[in-house]
Design a binder for this molecule. Structure first.
Ligand code: S3P
Length: 450
């Protein structure tokens, strides 16, 4: 099992980009595979999760040509020849690996097909709730069996079905559930509506528009009309702000540190972490380069002595994936940070309330666990520790960042999972630890396939 050894740092002065956005990469592969014509995707995230989704579209008949790869990982730039909505049955059960997004969105695509299919994943994914998608898909006429050992969990077995449109009010603020319903709606005859209880990331709506499918927004409701065929397009995936978050926190917590994260997504449904770090005392500037489709730009951050803050109800869906590393920032801040209304964390790749609380305590932080969050009383020096990622990529990376502030060498074990979202994290960590300032030192090696 792989591990990371992390030594403390005292300064950080760097400018670099992080790999492509995971949420957008999944959706681009799916819509590219459904579209009519050839879509070019640049800066795709070559992580295990997204490669599984791309392979699924290939198994459903899409043609994939790889133009450039991240060495040792997967495709960065690719062309995908879509099926104009006419998919072919997959020869084998579909492997979604560790990815809830992959499994849920693909179930939306497969629910309305004239053929059978099965979706399975690893142990973590097989214990995550799938009722949240089988319920709305069932209302649309889908016939999906959850065949997991745990009730309501994967593997999913999807029977052939003809879908009808629905108007569905989501019981949880989940972009995955919203996207599943909207993707299934593409195959239903009529207008499908997803109504979210709070705003969630809107990449599906934006990408529908990019592929020429109107996604009509009306407050928290989104309508789409079935029967349309997405039109192939060229797109560039922005850097993933959820990956940038690790370095933003590292820089924020070192007074005098300066970091510029380049070409990162600045979609306002994802940038609440910047508001939180600003409230904690960091100085942050956004420099947008392009605002059409998905806004992309640079984030400049200067570190400070952080102070605690309370996360706001509306911010939670916007920064749900950043909470483990925000908890680390809270441990480094003086005063109290409160995170409530975040019970969704319990059904992520791990129960992230318990894995964060356990690891913060190991490092000497005073923290109270609640059903729906935690209260962190920060400011005590962090103790170097042996941290278990529990197979969760964001726990592994968040506690590698904590290790940069500990009083000795921290070991994070079980770090293979990092490949599900951030190939190249270990190289970036090494560059930060070696105080490298040249952006070239952060460039990950790429190759053109023969
Ligand atoms: C995602 C939505 C979020 C997030 C996940 C990716 C997406 O999940 O945690 O990492 O791409 O739609 P929920 O929408 O289920 O909260």
């Amino acid at each position: 099992m792989s591990q990371l050894q992390v030594r403390p740092i005292r300064t950080l002065d760097a400018a670099f980009g992080v790999p492509g956005d995971k949420s957008i990469s999944h959706r681009a592969a799916i819509l590219g595979g459904l579209a009519k014509g050839t879509t070019t995707i640049r800066n795709f995230l070559p992580s295990e999760d997204c490669v599984n989704t791309l392979n699924t579209m290939r198994a459903l008949g899409a043609g994939v040509e790889i133009l450039r790869e991240l060495d040792g990982h997967g495709p960065l730039d690719l062309r995908i020849e879509g099926r104009a909505m006419k998919l072919q049955p997959p020869a084998e059960p579909v492997d979604c690996g560790n990815s809830g997004t992959g499994m849920r969105l693909l179930a939306g695509v497969l629910a309305g097909q004239p053929f059978e299919s099965s979706l399975f994943g690893d142990a973590s994914l097989s214990s995550r709730p799938m009722g949240r998608i089988t319920t709305p898909l069932g209302k649309m006429g889908a016939r999906i069996e959850t065949r997991g050992e745990k009730p309501g969990c994967a593997p999913l077995h999807i029977h052939p079905a003809t879908l009808r449109p629905v108007s569905y009010t989501l019981p949880v603020a989940s972009a995955q559930v919203k996207s599943t319903v909207l993707l299934a709606g593409l195959f239903a005859d009529g207008r499908t509506t997803a109504i979210q209880p709070a705003e969630t990331r809107d990449h599906t709506e934006r990408l529908f528009e990019t592929f020429g499918i109107p996604a009509v927004r009306d407050g928290h409701a989104i309508h789409i009309d079935g029967g349309r065929v997405p039109a192939a397009c060229d797109l560039t995936v922005p850097g993933d702000i959820s990956s940038a978050a690790f370095w933003l926190v590292a820089a924020a917590a070192i007074p005098g540190a300066a970091l510029r994260v380049t070409n990162v997504g600045l979609n306002p449904t994802r940038t609440a972490i910047l508001n939180v770090l600003a409230r904690m005392g960091a100085a942050i500037q956004e420099h947008a380069h392009t605002t059409h489709g998905e806004p992309i730009g640079d984030i400049e951050i200067r570190g400070a002595s952080l102070r605690g803050t309370d996360l706001r109800l509306r911010e939670i869906p916007n920064l749900i994936d950043e909470i483990p590393v925000i908890a680390v920032a809270a441990a480094l801040a003086t005063g109290t940070t409160t995170i409530r209304n975040a019970a969704e964390l319990r059904v992520k790749e791990t129960d992230r309330i318990s894995t964060v609380v356990e690891n913060l305590r190991l490092m000497g932080t005073d923290v109270t666990e609640f059903n729906d969050g935690m209260e962190i009383r920060g400011g005590a020096p962090l103790r170097a520790a042996a941290i278990d990622s529990h197979g969760d990529h964001r726990i592994a990376m968040a506690f590698a960042i904590a290790g940069l502030f500990a009083d000795g060498e921290t070991t994070v074990t079980g770090t293979d999972c990092i490949h599900t979202s951030y190939p190249g994290f270990a190289a970036h960590l090494a560059a930060v630890q070696n105080h490298l300032t040249d952006p070239a030192a952060y460039q990950l090696p790429t190759r053109t396939p023969a």
